[in-house]
Design a protein around this ligand. Structure first.
Ligand SMILES: [Cu+2]
Length: 108
């Protein structure tokens, strides 16, 4: 049962690491609203939703054609609003990110 004893001696170390990670906190979900210009129809909405939605770190995308905006939630540290803006501009629209805000309850 040497294997089990070794595992037991590693347990305090594992706990320390877990606590350390806990101190740094869960990755925060952020919400940013981008003003988007140039959208004319549902295809535009779908294109932006698709392109932004497949970015690593993006959790949700809601594009509002009439309001000319996109609301994006993302994992802090995994992506920046500037990268979201770039992708929207790459496919032919103007985008201007507002202030990012932390989302209180994580969206699962
Ligand atoms: Cu369109």
């Amino acid at each position: 049962m040497q294997g089990a004893r070794r595992l037991q001696s590693l347990l305090p170390l594992a706990l320390c690491v877990a606590l350390l990670l806990g101190c740094r906190g869960e990755p925060q979900t952020m919400r940013v609203e981008l003003a988007v210009a140039g959208m004319t129809c549902d295809t535009c909405v779908q294109a932006i939703t698709h392109e932004v939605g497949r970015l690593e770190g993006v959790r949700s995308v809601e594009v509002d054609l009439e309001a000319g905006k996109a609301v994006v939630t993302y994992t802090q540290g995994a992506i920046e609003p500037a990268a979201i803006e770039q992708v929207i501009e790459k496919i032919g629209y103007e985008a201007e990110p507002g202030q990012a805000q932390p989302v209180e309850a994580p969206i699962e």
